[in-house]
Write a protein that binds this ligand. Structure first.
Ligand code: SIN
Length: 303
């Protein structure tokens, strides 16, 4: 029997739920020569701010067992390049979902960038990142307070017609409180979770490995924690969730969906294996057959 992989994300029909996570797939174009991008469910583009940013000093990647740390610091070409160059170029070769990932250092910056992304024809959905652990005074500062997360959500929703997902941080005591605050402020959906604040030390040099000292930990090691947070939020909120955190196989995708995710983002695994997303998509029908699943949408939040 032909398997139905499709899901609906706030009116955006995806041929499958697999989405490369922001920051692990560039603006899509970088990978276009190596794979058929049109097999993907959607792409979450590199996080974008109002001005172009060079990012943090190097080294900004550190290895860890079953994962990695990054302290990229939101390197990006700025919102005007995203909407005027990157998205139009991607749209010449790519027909599936496009998600703009927006970061900011003030509520006004989030509002201005989201308004521009909302007006860009090639973008389907906005993902507002209130959870970058690698910059001071932005990102995470908004995602660790329910009040601040709600303020950003309301400001962005006031200028957007397209669905707005808020990307939450796991670096909080109670993620459900932040999720509820975003939902109450009008968020159409949530992405959970971003990376966990971590650190490595070079014991020979007696120095932190990352120039920024700390960075965001991602990869297979965080999967059970991300899954637990998706499950908790799915039971507390009504809006859809994009599950993210350590996903590396078709079985992980199914587990995330059973926990409550409507779509599933693959992050660090893309950096280990750039073909992770197409491989997971190709693997899904056989795993669905083994588990007696005909349509992926039927398993969302069934646990
Ligand atoms: C970064 O650019 O530092 C990573 C983005 C993020 O973790 O939100």
């Amino acid at each position: 029997m032909v398997k139905d992989l499709s899901v609906n994300l706030c009116g955006l029909q995806l041929q499958n739920p697999v989405i490369p996570a922001s920051g692990t797939f560039g603006f899509g174009l970088e990978l276009a020569g190596s794979m058929d991008l049109n097999v993907l469910g959607a792409i979450s583009l590199k996080g974008t701010t109002r001005e172009a940013r060079y990012g943090n000093p190097v080294p900004r990647i550190a290895e860890a067992p079953h994962g990695m740390l990054n302290s990229v610091g939101l390197q990006n070409p700025g919102i005007d390049v995203l909407v005027n160059e990157k998205v139009p170029a991607l749209r010449k070769i790519y027909r599936q979902g496009v998600i703009a990932n927006i970061s900011g250092f003030s509520v006004e910056e989030y509002r201005e960038c989201c308004a521009k992304a909302d007006a860009c024809e090639g973008i389907d959905l906005l993902e507002v990142n209130v959870s970058c652990p690698n910059v001071h005074g932005g990102g995470l500062a908004f995602g660790t307070s329910a009040k601040a997360a709600a303020e950003v959500t309301a400001a962005v929703k006031a200028v957007c017609k397209k669905p707005v997902f808020i990307k939450l941080s796991p670096n909080v005591t109670d993620i459900v409180e932040i999720a509820r605050a975003c939902e109450d402020a009008g968020a159409d959906g949530l992405t959970l979770v971003n990376t966990f604040l971590g650190m490595r030390i070079d014991i020979v040099r007696r120095q932190p490995i990352l120039a920024n000292k700390m960075g965001g930990f991602s990869g297979a090691a965080i999967f059970p924690i991300a899954l637990r947070m998706v499950y908790q939020v799915a039971h507390a909120c009504k809006i859809p969730i994009m599950g993210c955190g350590g996903v590396a196989s078709a079985r992980d995708v199914i587990e995330m969906m059973m926990a409550g995710a409507t779509a599933v983002q693959v992050g660090a695994e893309n950096l280990r294996n750039p073909f992770a997303c197409p491989e997971i998509i190709a693997e899904l029908p056989a795993v669905m057959e083994q588990l007696h699943i005909d349509a992926l949408k039927d398993i969302i939040g069934t646990v």
